[in-house]
Design a protein around this ligand. Sequence first.
Ligand code: NDP
Length: 248
Amino acid sequence: MNALTGKAVVVTGGSRGIGAAISRRLARDGADVALTHVSPAGRARAEEVVADIEAAGRRALAIRADSADPHAVTAAVDQAAEAFGRLDVLVNNAGIFPYGPVEQVSLEELDRTLAIHVRAAFLAAQAAVRHLPDGGRIISIGSNLADRVPTPGTTLYTMSKAALAGLTRGLARELGPRGITVNLVNPGSTDTDMNPADAPGADDQRRLAALGRFLDPDDVAATVAHLAGPAGRNITGTTVTVDAGSNA
Ligand code: NDP
């Protein structure tokens, strides 16, 4: 029996990058996995993740749900719980990377970023607590930029990811009596479509890291798997930074 056999998981933004790696890893650990996506390209990628998980003998479900839409987020969590007959783990992962001088951030970009990174994480957690059993898990994917800002241009991103620490600590206190753990994983530079390891500027990011390298999405997924599994049962209300030492 694997660590997550019999468990059901929902991962937001599970079609690509870190979310896809988390979806595949938690399925490998035994879970059935529902994963959300938003773009047309994301739909095809989500179907690939679903096919891989099903080929490995687990149930999987792709759900189109724009995290900027509050009703879609709640509905996706409920749909996952209904499809699998239970929900044990929520992973808030969907994200975007607004970048640029603060003077150029539009009101629309501000609202959209906060909606995807903050409001959606809150609403998904709110929906999940109606389904999670004793021993349930809520795990959010933040960023190491929430703690240290090495270059200009990330004020909005940093602000939105920093809010997840408050969500995590508050929920950990609220849900502790039910045996539910709540944690935040803050990755550093990770090789995905959002931040390709061969893009201009990637070497600057490598120079910041004590280990001098990018993460692979599987590195982040491994930490999520630890928190989601039985070994994580006494970790709650905290942040795990997985950043190759960029914030050291
Ligand atoms: P990618 O751009 O590779 O993937 C983003 C994922 O989020 C996709 O599945 C995408 O869906 C989904 N998504 C984006 N917007 C929405 C939305 N409005 N509603 C629903 N889903 C959405 O990013 P990463 O894998 O790199 O990032 C994953 C998380 O990790 C993000 O929260 C990011 O901020 C964080 N992070 C990433 C780092 C990095 O260096 N890569 C470093 C630190 C944190 P679709 O495929 O449909 O577009």
